[in-house]
Design a protein around this ligand. Structure first.
Ligand SMILES: [Zn+2]
Length: 208
């Protein structure tokens, strides 16, 4: 077998977790020093070796391994720091999350629907098509209820499984439709064929 170069040996040692903390720290320091010097000389136009760091897969791999080794050696410290950081910024993160959810209501609803469907064992169809139905339900100015065929104002729209999940219905473009919250509640877990003419007349359902 070909003898490994010094750097390759170092990479191997890091991979096998044979380097001590001191060695990893030193290797990372030397690495960043070499990187900085190269960056400066590149910026000054006296060195064209930027590709050595930018596209050399071996160099990238070495940096990655050294970083991974450092992270492995400081696991507890990093975890404690993360916890502390999250605790300090809890309110900020919550506000940021809430703002994002508010601005992406359709996406959030689509994601929740797919997650629920998975939990209930429903077959999940094309995600983009499902997301589009939720986008229409949340944002489209004019949507008609698939049960009563009347227009549904924004905020009163439910995305319904035509064949309910509890009856084996898939979460897919073909089995999802938008309905009034009330129409959806009235239909419940019934199949369309199970809704009697009396119920249809009473609830104003317009099922062809
Ligand atoms: Zn309706």
């Amino acid at each position: 077998m070909r003898a490994l170069g010094r750097k390759s040996q170092e990479v191997e040692a890091v991979r096998k977790h044979e380097l001590t903390e001191e060695q990893v720290v030193r290797a990372r320091m030397l690495w960043s020093l070499a990187y900085t010097i190269t960056a400066i000389t590149c910026a000054l136009g006296t060195d064209r070796r930027e590709t050595r760091f930018a596209v050399n897969p071996q160099a990238i791999e070495r940096e990655r391994l050294l970083n991974a080794a450092w992270v492995a050696l400081h696991e507890d410290e990093i975890r404690a720091h993360k916890l502390e950081y999250n605790k300090e910024n809890k309110d900020k993160f919550a506000a940021c999350n809430a703002a994002w959810r508010k601005a992406h209501r359709a996406q959030v609803a689509s994601y929740q629907s797919v997650r629920r469907a998975r939990v209930l064992g429903s077959t999940v169809g094309d995600r983009a098509a499902i997301a589009e139905i939720y986008r229409i339900a949340k944002e489209d100015p004019q949507v008609r209820c698939y049960l009563c065929k009347k227009r549904i104002p924004l905020g009163d729209r439910h995305v319904d499984h035509i064949v309910p999940v509890s009856r084996g219905g898939a979460t897919s473009c073909a089995n999802l439709a938008v309905a009034h919250a009330l129409c959806n509640a009235r239909k419940g877990a019934s199949l369309l064929s199970e809704i009697s003419p009396v119920q249809r007349a009473l609830w104003g359902f317009n099922l062809a």
